[in-house]
Design a binder for this molecule. Structure first.
Ligand code: ZN
Ligand code: FE
Length: 256
């Protein structure tokens, strides 16, 4: 099987647009629809026809392009059943554990409430690919607009259980500010320090800091490291539960 090609580019301010393309079948998917015109022109440059639109959650910066892309390409529009009432234009509504086929690969839906209550992520095990939307970011996680800290904690733990080699694409380029926060709460993490230098390097060249991997995030993202002794010490929470540490991290990030 030929590999899928992946085109990642910034839309709007800091949204990532990701286009997945299978040269063999011609099937093409956009992960979310931050900007219909940008995505449509990118597709026509590559002379691809959009066959699938995969929607992670209902926020405007992820769905605004649906009408334009539907008018231009008439793709299947696949999104969370729990938010179907908030997303105009869905043709298929899916729940946790549901699967569908894209370009001969199985795509698994992982329900990840927290940022929004119906947020879903898309996992393609055959390609070791995860599209995490606004749940997991490089060195960070989504804000809790609708869910509880416990919702997000459980959602992130499910993603962290995927194989370390899984490539992770995210909804936003927030890595620089996430790195600053991560350093503040995990000051003795040498790999994090090295990663921060690498991130500055990429950004200085105008390159994206994504994708990341599950393994890299487990070693450097404080929101996946609530059990880490160094982070607990920095927070003065040596004896707290992992959930309490995670809750404190999320609250501090909101004020950072
Ligand atoms: Zn969002
Ligand atoms: Fe967003």
């Amino acid at each position: 099987m030929t590999r899928l090609t992946i085109d990642q580019f910034i839309c709007r301010q800091d949204n990532f647009s990701v286009i997945l393309h299978d040269p063999a079948s011609g099937q093409t998917a956009s992960i979310d629809a931050p900007a219909g015109d940008r995505i449509a022109s990118r597709l026509s440059q590559g002379s691809a026809n959009l066959t699938h639109l995969l929607i992670t959650h209902h926020h405007p910066d992820h769905v605004e392009g649906i009408p334009a892309l539907t008018a231009a390409f008439d793709p299947k529009v696949i999104g969370p059943a729990a938010e179907a009432g908030k997303i105009a234009g869905l043709t298929e509504s899916l729940n946790d554990g549901d699967t569908f086929e894209f370009a001969g690969r199985t795509v698994e839906v992982i329900s990840t409430p927290g940022h929004t209550s119906g947020h879903i992520c898309f996992h393609i095990p055959d390609e070791q690919l995860l599209f995490a939307g606004d749940t997991l970011f490089a060195l960070g996680c989504g804000r809790l607009f609708e869910g509880s800290p416990e919702d997000m904690f459980n959602s992130l733990n499910r993603l962290a259980a995927l194989p370390d080699e899984t490539s992770v694409y995210c909804g936003h380029e927030y890595t620089r500010s996430n790195a600053a926060f991560a350093m503040a709460v995990d000051p003795d993490n040498a790999e994090l320090e090295a990663r921060r230098a690498e991130i500055e390097n990429l950004l200085a060249k105008g390159l994206a800091t994504l994708p990341t991997t599950i393994g890299i995030e487990k070693r450097t993202n404080p929101f996946l490291r609530a059990s880490d002794p160094g982070i607990r010490k920095a927070l003065g929470m040596e004896n707290a539960t992992d959930l309490a540490v995670f809750t404190e991290l999320r609250a501090r990030k909101d004020r950072f």
